[in-house]
Write a protein that binds this ligand. Structure first.
Ligand SMILES: [Zn+2]
Length: 453
């Protein structure tokens, strides 16, 4: 791997020298040193390696080459990002012909689908491994939609959702650009684990810190190299720890651009949630990139129904954003806004649910029972409100206080929504300051976030 990187670097270096020489040869009068300075100021003059146009749907025999060290200094990265943003903004009312899209030091021409790879720049031998990044750059200029999955390595439905969405896009018919990262946390995915190898939850470290912990550096690398390029972001998750979620959008409904985004997913429940600090969603929204989470199903499984819903929801969004013309029809077109409450078991024992995901329940309705296997005492878990089952635990042994059912309480669209509160899931850790690096929470061995996101 090292040898390869060295080779790649040599290649880039010599390319850079050749480009500089070529530019110096063609420059009318200035001396070489001046022309080099000028080139540094205008990195767009340097030809970037063009990404290969491939059929994403076609299986590959050989993995893409690891992301090479970007030959352009970081300040230049910002320039190229800004350039992309401007292109996106320009396109809002006028869809020009497509423009090249620059990502990870490569240029993706219009009408091109390609497979790149992102390697955290702070990687070391033990975790060296490149994460595939799929890019489809459309025939016309438009927004950059980003899809990320498996930030929690055991959440598999999103991986399949991204795969199906990306492989179904025809670059000729696309307006704008779609970036899909099917497996952000490759370390966790390989071990069937939610966490990074050091048991840190990557989704508590965004936007990351180049000088922070390993998780924080990985988060920083991902955020600056990929997420910074997005106009919109949909982060895909499932329930966590033997819980399952009705396909739903988690969105901060106090943020108007997020509200608009959340309404694009067809007949998908929308749950108002500010999002915990350190999550990719929170960080990206703070960064001005409208972001929502799409939750679907449970971890460790691939569920066809949930995957199909997710694919349809994202294709509907692309249609809504005028990126694709493919029409998708839903039975109920309008999303519904929810507040939610977690119902916890007051007694330990064996939990058996009596409801199913999506079921509408009344106040006082029995959601499930918890039976003590020793004493045979049985307790009912009742819904505290009229609402809908948006999330629930699978049948299992539970301890007192276990969050077993998430009940969504319907609200009219014009009803005032209260200030964004932390997900009830996060109450267990809300006293811990996870600003900047999140090291405090993550270094606590007992830290076991209940949140799905
Ligand atoms: Zn998750």
């Amino acid at each position: 791997m090292k040898g390869f990187n060295a080779l790649a670097l040599c290649f880039i270096y010599s390319c850079g020298v050749l480009a500089q020489q070529a530019a110096a040869d063609s420059a009318p009068t200035p001396e070489l040193s001046e022309s080099v300075t000028q080139l540094d100021k205008h990195p767009e003059d340097k030809p970037l390696e063009k990404a290969e146009n491939i059929d994403l749907d076609k299986p590959i025999e050989k993995l893409p080459e690891p992301a090479v060290e970007n030959p352009v200094p970081s300040s230049d990265d910002t320039d190229s990002v800004q350039q992309t943003d401007e292109q996106v903004q320009d396109s809002d009312d006028d869809y020009d012909d497509g423009v090249p899209f620059v990502l990870l030091g490569k240029e993706v021409p219009p009408r091109t689908a390609t497979r790149m790879s992102w390697t955290p720049s702070q990687s070391f031998e033990g975790i060296a491994g490149s994460t595939p990044v799929l890019v489809v750059n459309g025939a016309r200029q438009g927004p950059v939609l980003c899809l990320t999955a498996a930030i929690h390595g055991d959440e598999l439905n999103g991986i399949e959702i991204v795969r199906r969405v990306m492989y179904d896009i025809e670059p000729e018919k696309l307006t704008g650009t779609v970036i899909g990262v099917p497996i952000v946390n490759l370390q966790g995915f390989r071990r069937n684990s939610r966490y990074l190898t050091d048991r840190r939850d990557l989704n508590r470290f965004f936007p990351g810190n180049p000088d922070g912990s390993l998780a924080s550096r990985i988060a920083y690398s991902f955020f600056s190299e990929i997420i910074d390029n997005c106009s919109y972001l949909v982060d895909l998750h499932t329930g966590s720890f033997h819980r399952t979620n009705l396909p739903q959008i988690r969105a901060d409904l106090l943020n108007s651009s997020v509200v608009e985004l959340s309404q694009g997913f067809g007949s998908t429940a929308v749950l108002h949630s500010g999002g915990a600090k350190g999550t990719l969603r929170y960080a990206a929204n703070m960064h001005g990139i409208p972001t929502v989470t799409l939750e679907a199903g449970e971890p460790m499984r691939l569920q066809d129904k949930e995957v199909a819903h997710g694919v349809k929801a994202i294709q509907t969004l692309m249609n809504k954003l005028n990126m694709l013309k493919k029409a998708r029809f839903w039975g109920k077109p309008e999303p519904v806004f929810y507040e939610s409450t977690w119902v916890r078991a007051d007694y330990g024992g064996i939990l058996f649910s009596q409801v199913f995901l999506g079921k509408r329940v009344n106040e006082g309705e029995v959601l499930g029972t918890v039976t003590d296997p020793i004493t045979n005492k049985r307790h009912e878990v009742q819904s505290p409100a009229k609402g809908r089952v948006l999330g629930m635990a699978l049948n299992q042994v539970v301890m007192p206080g276990f969050a077993a059912f998430r009940i969504g309480i319907e609200r009219e669209e014009d009803e005032v929504i209260g200030p964004a509160v932390e997900d009830p899931d996060n109450l267990d850790s809300s006293g811990i300051d996870r600003s900047s690096t999140g090291d405090v929470a993550a270094s606590d061995p007992d830290y076991e976030p209940e949140t799905a996101e």
